[in-house]
Design a protein around this ligand. Sequence first.
Ligand SMILES: C[S@@+](CC[C@H](N)C(=O)[O-])C[C@H]1O[C@@H](n2cnc3c(N)ncnc32)[C@H](O)[C@@H]1O
Length: 198
Amino acid sequence: MSSWLPSLDGVVQKLKIGANVADVGCGHGASTFLMARAFPKSRFYGFDYHSGSIEYARHVAGRDGLLDQITFEVASSKSYPANGGYDLVTFFDCLHDMGDPTGAAGHVLSTLKPDGTWMIVEPFANDRTEKNYNPVGRILYSASTMICTPASLAQEVGAALGAQAGEERIRKVVTAAGFTRFRRAAETPFNLVFEARP
Ligand SMILES: C[S@@+](CC[C@H](N)C(=O)[O-])C[C@H]1O[C@@H](n2cnc3c(N)ncnc32)[C@H](O)[C@@H]1O
């Protein structure tokens, strides 16, 4: 995370001054807490469609005295509220789990400020299947078969991108929804970090 946010154009400066941020598919809020602690002047909203996860995240926020800075709400990626528009929307390891990633991308576009940024963190994957025949690909394809793909198929549309979607597939989803700019901003052996702008 300490190198991912700085890889995005102008985002850290906004977070330092005080930005409005949505962390979508936040699960237990691990990423939301990391960002909120690093940028105390910014306001964070964590959304996930799984109520048990949001309950847990709210409990931790209350325990750690962060309820003034973070609001956790049960909401899907296609219906979370705009709260006046976001400077930054983050999706950590969850776009590929969604049934309708293009629908979610369209909703992100409608909730971002005109100069806002969408950060998408996805598991590392190459575009061609045979290029993923390596130890990381084997682990991620296994997890994807057991978790990510069924999660997506259980939702409307059921796009089933899977954990090994790759950059070109993600680019198609993002640009089909109307984003005009998309680039790989950072990578690690396990993750790809993309920046999408309106
Ligand atoms: C692999 S987990 C990642 C959780 C968290 N972002 C993290 O990095 O720890 C994927 C998350 O996406 C959420 N999710 C899947 N489909 C969703 C949807 N349509 N709307 C909102 N959240 C969704 C799941 O409930 C789950 O918490």
